[in-house]
Write a protein that binds this ligand. Structure first.
Ligand code: ADP
Ligand code: MG
Length: 337
């Protein structure tokens, strides 16, 4: 008798959720990335009890067509890529079609969405559609996720303190806001506003909003390019450092990524100016042809593989070095001819 059978879609979604939805902050990341992909200009996030009670993300983006709503909750259903070649030139943050079905398999989701015409309201819990009906028609999407991990007790138990979970949420919203200064973000936790950015496309201002306006005096702008890469951003002077690496944000074509080699290239640029265990505050935007990046490395898409990474790292180190040790430090007399 055969012993192998295909898993039900519900079980398959829960397995995918194990990778994509690690904790409340992962839900926020996925929902906000969807809002960014939907060309939103404003994204408002409202969280109760560090997301363990509920999380709501409201955007003013393009919305989901009525006919697509159920599909959006099916695994590997996406509007963002079509054919195998698209995988090698991904322009959007999402493309795997996994987030919504994964989230809906381990929580209770209320979705309201409209493309500007008649809108729709959907309630789905543990992958099961409870109701779907027409709704008011403001353009955009609102998703409320509650009872996260209600049906996966082991994962629920693994949650850290509310303080830790909230810190992870603010961390990811900080980075998403930094990566998208053209979008107005707000994060409210238990009715207290924690983050607000204006969406006026002023990166320096966003850095001030997030790390404190008084620190802006001690950050400098960098900007450079070679044949393959364009880099720009803000780096703190060596006198403004933190004991944690978490203040370095690397944005690759709009995607917040974690990359040790790039991190190292940045700190190398400071030469011996950084004390052991101290790290700068950096926002580094890197723009390159999407065919040079492979984002299909991990379901959370925070790890990417970059062709010509060594060339990029050299460009970064040199740019930081030139900014930290500018020519004008050469004594005046030597500058005269
Ligand atoms: P992916 O982002 O990888 O495509 P998701 O499961 O995150 O997969 O979302 C599925 C689809 O639902 C998206 O491709 C998109 O068409 C639609 N969608 C999700 N969130 C939004 C949103 N906030 N606004 C508009 N469309 C959305
Ligand atoms: Mg997505």
């Amino acid at each position: 008798m055969s012993k192998i059978h295909e898993l039900t879609p519900v079980l398959a979604d829960q397995i995918a959720a194990g990778e994509v939805v690690e904790r409340p902050a992962s839900v926020i990341k996925e929902l906000v990335e969807n809002s960014i992909d939907a060309k939103s200009t404003q994204i408002d996030i409202n969280v109760k009890d560090a997301g363990l009670n509920s999380m709501q993300v409201v955007d003013d983006g393009i919305g989901i067509e009525n006919d697509d709503i159920k599909l959006a909750f099916k695994r590997h259903a996406t509007s963002k890529i079509n054919n195998p070649q698209d995988l090698f030139k991904v322009h959007s943050l999402g493309f795997r079609g996994e987030a919504l079905p994964s989230i809906a398999s381990v929580s209770d989701v209320q979705l309201k969405t409209s493309t500007g015409d008649e809108g729709t309201k959907l309630h789905i819990r543990g992958s099961k559609i409870e109701s779907i009906m027409p709704s008011e028609s403001r353009r955009g999407t609102s998703i409320t996720v509650s009872d996260l991990f209600y049906n996966t007790p082991a994962r629920l138990k693994y949650m850290k303190s509310l303080q830790t979970e909230l810190a992870k949420i603010t961390d990811i919203v900080d980075r998403l806001a930094i990566g998208h200064p053209n979008i107005a973000f707000s994060l409210v936790h238990n009715n207290r506003e924690l983050i607000r950015t204006s969406g006026r496309n002023n990166l320096q201002q966003v850095i001030g909003d997030i790390y404190g306006a008084r620190n802006l005096k001690r950050v400098i702008k960098i900007n450079n390019q070679d044949d393959d890469f364009k880099i720009n951003g803000y780096i703190s002077l060596p006198e403004l450092t933190r004991a944690s690496r978490n203040y370095v944000t690397i944005i690759l074509n709009g995607r917040y990524v974690k990359n040790y080699n790039i991190f190292k290239a940045l700190t190398d640029g400071y030469g011996s100016k950084l004390m052991v265990g101290r790290y700068p505050i950096v926002t580094l935007n890197i723009n390159l042809d999407p065919t040079l990046i492979d984002v299909n490395v991990h379901p959370t898409k925070q790890t990417v593989r970059i062709s010509k990474e060594e060339q990029l790292c050299n460009l970064i180190s040199k740019t930081v070095y030139d900014a930290i040790f500018p020519q004008n430090l050469i004594p005046d007399a030597m500058n005269r001819d």
